[in-house]
Design a protein around this ligand. Structure first.
Ligand code: NAG
Ligand code: NAG
Ligand code: NAG
Ligand code: NAG
Length: 384
């Protein structure tokens, strides 16, 4: 027999005690109340309609205020393909699920102009923001800006800036830890919600553009490949970080290293946001003496999407000084010849299977005091 709770018995006893008469009286009372309520509602409704000819029945039952978002109904198509407000209440899990949805239809039901999403990862302020604003000016509609800052930090920028209102919900990150990968995925996922974003560039607060917007836009949108550095470094720096617990899912020969500063196409961004399996292995087994932000994406792409990758980065870094960190350029270092040498540093790379001397679109690292001399060089050297 099923065990019974004490409450059940008490209730049964109560019902047994009440007489049939009691029951029918109650039914009549309930019926009467319903009748009064219906009559009242009908009366009230007709009154309301008479009072204001514009108030329809739907307005009364579904008040527009509750169902709107940015002044438009939430199922408004334009707001669906390009959210007008970057702030949301979704958790990462919810966001990644939503962002990795792909339509089964190949054609878009709107005139889609591909956009480049510029994803800025920063602790706090963006000291080179004025340079970027100048870079973007005049190219509205061809790009979007997203900022992942320290949680609680609010970027103070004038409304005229392209960075105004472009912060996304963020979490704390720490260099070399999986939280960096989480932040990268968060940036990608938020940018994926805009269906016109086709290319995604990850940048830091110390990155600068070295070409003008039209050159950058054409280079990226016309490329058949993504630009994620991915190489097999047969030394302590690369393979030394491999953890045998990653096998057999991730084998040693598949292990790749690369710069964090990637540039990827939409389909790869969807795959990276959707991946749970390999992300899990990096979270669990790439902890000590291993930097998930330098290995996860290069390794994952090498395993599944190598053919879509140019395997090089478009973000230049000054490694010539030596050491483990790229050089930082300050006020005194900024010269016309430095920027020219970055724009064309003698390297010949492959662009859409053809040799090209245009290999780097962005450069790092530049300190805040480099801003003024850089602004002086934009029209003469960078051509913007
Ligand atoms: C952008 O830069 C390219 C090459 O650096 C130059 O040919 C072009 O005229 C520039 N575009 C504008 C609008 O200044
Ligand atoms: C990049 O590396 C992958 C292996 O991960 C390779 O299959 C692909 O051909 C390379 N891409 C180019 C453009 O060489
Ligand atoms: C150009 O810059 C890249 C990135 O720092 C570097 O790897 C490469 O060696 C440089 N090329 C030359 C010829 O200096
Ligand atoms: C920038 O240009 C202005 C005017 O040409 C000049 O007065 C100023 O010294 C320059 N600043 C730097 C840091 O080069």
């Amino acid at each position: 027999m099923k065990p019974r709770k004490k409450g059940d018995e008490e209730e049964e006893g109560h019902w047994a005690n009440s007489s049939r008469k009691d029951c029918s009286l109650r039914l009549i009372k309930i019926f009467f109340r319903i009748a009064v309520f219906v009559a009242g509602s009908v009366l009230g409704l007709s009154w309301g309609v008479r009072l204001n000819q514009h108030v329809s029945q739907t307005d009364i039952f579904f008040p527009a205020k509750l169902y709107t978002n940015c002044g438009k109904p939430s199922l408004n198509f334009n707001n669906f393909i390009e959210p007008c407000n970057l702030m949301h209440m979704m958790t990462d899990k919810e966001l990644f699920w939503r962002a990795s949805m792909v339509s089964k239809r190949n054609e878009y039901p709107f005139n889609r102009v591909p956009k480049v999403a510029f994803l800025f990862m920063t602790e706090g302020p963006l000291p080179l923001l004025r340079l970027w604003d100048r870079f973007f000016k005049g190219h509205e509609g061809l790009f979007t800006v997203y900022v992942h800052a320290y949680p609680g930090y609010t970027l103070e920028v004038p409304e005229s800036s392209f960075f105004y209102d472009r912060q996304i919900p963020s979490e704390k990150t720490k260099h070399g830890l999986i939280s960096q990968v989480d932040a990268e995925k968060r940036l990608l996922a938020n940018a994926l919600l805009d269906f016109s974003n086709e290319r995604f560039v990850l940048l830091s607060e110390s990155c600068i553009p070295v070409f003008n917007f039209s050159t950058v836009y054409k280079y990226l949108t016309k490329s058949a490949y993504s630009f994620v550095q991915s190489y097999d470094e047969n030394s302590f720096q690369g393979l030394g970080h491999y953890n045998s617990h990653l096998a057999p899912e991730i084998k040693l020969p598949q292990w790749r290293k690369g710069s964090r500063w990637f540039e990827i196409q939409r389909s790869l961004a969807v795959n990276i946001v959707a991946d749970k399996k390999y992300y899990f292995f990096f979270r669990e087994y790439c902890k000590t003496n291993c930097y998930p932000d330098e290995f996860y994406i290069p390794t994952y792409l090498n395993m599944f999407h190598g053919l879509s990758n140019a395997n090089r980065t478009v973000t230049w870094a000054g490694w010539s000084i030596g050491g483990h960190h790229p050089a930082t350029y300050g006020r005194e270092d900024i010269t016309e010849s430095l920027i020219r040498s970055i724009r064309s540093n003698g390297t010949i790379c492959t662009y859409n299977s053809k040799p090209s001397s245009l290999c780097f679109l962005f450069a790092m690292k530049f300190s805040p005091d480099a801003l003024e001399p850089l602004l002086n060089l934009t029209s003469t050297v960078m051509k913007f």
